[in-house]
Design a protein around this ligand. Structure first.
Ligand SMILES: C[S@@+](CC[C@H](N)C(=O)[O-])C[C@H]1O[C@@H](n2cnc3c(N)ncnc32)[C@H](O)[C@@H]1O
Length: 415
């Protein structure tokens, strides 16, 4: 099946599923496909989605002999972008894709236009080249202003979007064993900037490593590792990981307290706690935890009277900070959903704060660069809760580091 047909099927669904999940379902029906065919197809699909906006805008600008900037207003929603895509022929899509992947397409006039369009070093052209949909340009400009990014930082953020994300891992235990296995299997790796973090530049899937199967290491983005580290969890702490999901940070918190913290892990999704968090905690040998399904609507659904020294709200968000590894997030989250998601984020903070010990720490985190989900939530929370103070807040990862972009803020009660 050609890429275009796959994309048509994917983008015309009412609710866009995660691209990797959709691809897995697609391959299930094609058991005859070999490993290599799948790898090439996956790469082309991911690159097509990464550069989806770029290709649509470049092709329409090319066809009309205009600059792509003239089309921003016309393509200011996901729907308009997808409709425009449906009008592009498969062979033309393939040609642009090769150009974006860095292959010189012989005798292609489009190649000349690509060069011409890139000749201008404006922020808009950088954003466009990196596949940022025009309906996100204003949000990124807002982020740049909020973080006082220099132009070079802005460009480096955008350029990072075009690079393959490195795989960050964190060692739970037996670090020497992990490193010797990585070495024996010819992984290329470098030590990360925080304790127990390593950056894998290349190598096969981790799943086959014995040290992975024994729970000695976990894949966890560097920014995400910083969020867990920030909570300063110590042995004996009562910790609530409010949106624990698959348990990436739960495992880290348990590991930081050497299994000596009492962890309460909740999430709205029962199956993710049972199918992912519990097996991962067991594999790593952590048993000092309890799980509960919680939809964040009322504390009545939870055991009464629980108090915590540390609470982490790793909130549901636009996931805009993960666009590198999940390019489909550019289209799966709609900006119209922002008010609703902000309500959930603030609602979670306002409920869980009542369970914080007087000397406790409350940490809020997202994997988003959107100011609305980050600094604006912090400001609203502080305004609604004058008995709380902000200790610190920070945007982590890209553009400063080769990692996802994440945000965290830490609060405590006023004395
Ligand atoms: C950013 S993810 C958490 C990632 C996880 N902490 C980790 O490190 O692997 C956000 C989680 O919030 C959960 N969630 C979404 N809406 C929620 C709600 N209303 N109440 C509680 N959890 C919710 C989602 O199921 C998802 O697992």
């Amino acid at each position: 099946m050609e890429i275009n047909k796959f994309l048509q099927e994917y983008f015309t669904q009412e609710m866009l599923p995660p691209l990797d999940r959709h691809l897995a379902g697609f391959y299930k029906k094609r058991s005859q496909w070999g490993k290599r065919d799948r790898a090439v197809f996956t790469q082309n699909v991911f690159d097509s989605v990464r550069y989806f906006s770029s290709i649509v805008l470049f092709e329409y600008a090319f066809a009309r002999s205009e600059g792509p900037e003239q089309l921003f207003a016309e393509f200011d929603s996901r729907e308009k972008m997808i409709n425009a895509f449906l009008g592009i022929r498969g062979d033309v899509w393939g040609e642009w894709l090769k150009i974006f992947q860095g292959t010189k397409v012989k005798k292609s006039k489009r190649f000349e236009y690509y060069d011409f369009y890139f000749a201008f070093e404006t922020i808009e052209r950088h954003l466009l080249r990196a596949g940022v949909p025009p309906f996100y340009f204003a949000s990124l400009q807002k982020r740049a202003a909020q973080s006082a990014w220099e132009e070079s930082e802005f460009i480096s953020f955008v350029q990072n979007l075009q690079k393959k994300s490195p795989l960050w891992i964190r060692c739970n235990k037996d670090e020497e064993r992990v490193l010797s296995e990585l070495q024996a299997k010819d992984y290329e790796y470098e030590q990360g900037p925080i304790a127990h973090s390593w950056c894998l530049k290349s190598g096969p899937s981790l799943k086959h490593l014995a040290c992975f199967q024994d729970g000695c290491l976990e894949a966890q983005d560097l920014g995400s590792q910083r969020i867990g580290l920030n909570l300063d969890v110590a042995a004996g702490d009562r910790v609530w990981d409010v949106c624990a999901g698959a348990g990436g940070k739960t495992l880290q918190l348990a590991s930081l307290a050497q299994g000596q913290a009492q962890i309460y892990a909740t999430d709205i999704r029962d199956f993710i706690l049972k199918k992912q968090l519990i097996p991962r905690m067991q594999r790593a040998g952590f048993d000092n935890f309890q799980i509960a399904v919680w939809d964040g609507k009322s504390l009545d659904q939870l055991e009464k009277g629980k108090r915590f020294d540390k609470i982490l709200v790793d909130a549901p968000c636009s996931s805009s900070g993960t666009w590198r590894s999940a390019p489909d997030q550019r289209f799966r989250f709609l900006q119209e959903e922002l008010p609703k998601i902000k309500e959930i984020q603030l609602g979670l903070l306002n409920l869980v704060k009542t369970c914080l010990d007087d000397k406790g720490i409350l940490e809020y985190a997202t994997c988003s660069f959107l100011v609305e989900e980050n600094e604006e939530i912090v400001a609203e929370f502080l305004q609604m809760n004058p008995d709380f103070v902000l200790l610190e807040m920070k945007l982590e990862g890209s553009p400063k580091e080769d990692a996802d972009t994440l945000f965290w803020a830490k609060f405590k009660k006023k004395n």
